[in-house]
Design a protein around this ligand. Sequence first.
Ligand code: SDX
Length: 431
Amino acid sequence: MADTDKTATLTLGNESWELPVHSPTEGPDVVDIGKLYARAGVFTYDPGFTSTAACESAITYIDGDEGILLHRGYPIGQLAEKSHYLEVCYLLLYGDLPSAEQLEDFENRVTMHTMIHEQMHNFTRGFRRDAHPMAIMVGMVGAMSAFYHDSTDISDPWQREVASIRLIAKMPTIAAMAYKYSIGQPFVYPSNALDYASNFLKMCFSVPAEEYHVDPILARAMDRIFTLHADHEQNASTSTVRLASSSGANPFACIAAGIACLWGPAHGGANQACLEMLREIGSVDRIPEFIARAKDKNDPFRLMGFGHRVYKNFDPRATVMKQSADEVLELLGVENNPTLQVAKELEKQALADPYFAEKKLFPNVDFYSGIILEAMGFPTSMFTPIFALSRTVGWVAQWKEQLSDPALKIGRPRQLYTGPSMRDYVEVENR
Ligand code: SDX
């Protein structure tokens, strides 16, 4: 960050304090309150962190007003169109686009780590068959701490690198196993002859009884979905990973914590919740009823896949996802998919409604992704696991960045306490 001679003045009663201000490469200045409590004896208060920068980062930048998303400076639209997921992984991890040799080496390193310890197959078989795939993913990734002891020491740069590659390489294998287990089909081993997205589709949809050929257009659409979900600055799950890592927890435990946080319907679980909502709406003539519910303060219902903490005009990922939905569904001959028709009409009616305009609510990345994934053959229960698979590189890149920060200390927020003041114990006979 650029230290400036700018300062902010905090005045409480007849006392004032000058606080340092740091300037970013892009985005708003930040007021450094790190020494505020020590100097002024007060905390700041910001539940939900709506105005709080929790860290310094050089990985991803979002301009919510302009609908801009940059990964190491490169716009998401260009990356989605011209790059591919493993190249974006390299960019996020190492800071710049790779040379041809660097990319080949990175892809080979990932490919050589796609299998998981055979004993983990037995671990997976301990779950009920109807376990949600996210429950299996949280369990299996956390359990990697028990299988890959040679890459859990975060003080060793080599082990940090191996853990990073293992996580990126094995997440598709784990997600596919969670899916196969839930439908009672045998696990499919990864194939090193296939690219990352094709490998995932084969592990999900092939069966031993017949040959499986990956449709290259579906593989491209899958890869694009991975890219669009790769990283998103300090969202809830990434912040969870950073907080877990600040205690020195091993990488697999930290990423398992991120998966657990992503599962929530307000975050990565929104893609599953959105498709279930579109199915519940069922037809375009019921859209006004659901829009009215979303606007009703007494109704907890929200339009899933709508709104965002940061984007206040449009989510650039949703723009690309919508184009991809049209392409994939046309390819699959389901362009008249009733769910897609409801989604497009819902978007049109919501964006024309003053409520959504004034609250700056519009489709986010989760609104169209579920439609594509369903058309590709995935059940809704696999939507968030695919988001988790995609976001693993973002979590890992942010985890590595935090560990390399010499100023790293354990994250330990304070609170506004409104409980009882000190009081003496009362024996039960006197209560
Ligand atoms: C992701 O952070 C990230 O970057 C996340 C993510 C990533 O890549 O990591 O982008 C991925 O999580 C996308 C968001 C997916 N979630 C959903 O689609 C669930 C539905 N959306 C919301 O629950 C909500 O919009 C959030 C959680 C996304 C954002 O919530 P905020 O920023 O805390 O906003 P808020 O809840 O304070 O809402 C502001 C107002 C409220 O009304 P008032 O109290 O001011 O009268 O807008 C209303 C809300 O009631 N509102 C909605 C709404 N979202 C917000 N009303 C109807 N439908 C909605 N979807």
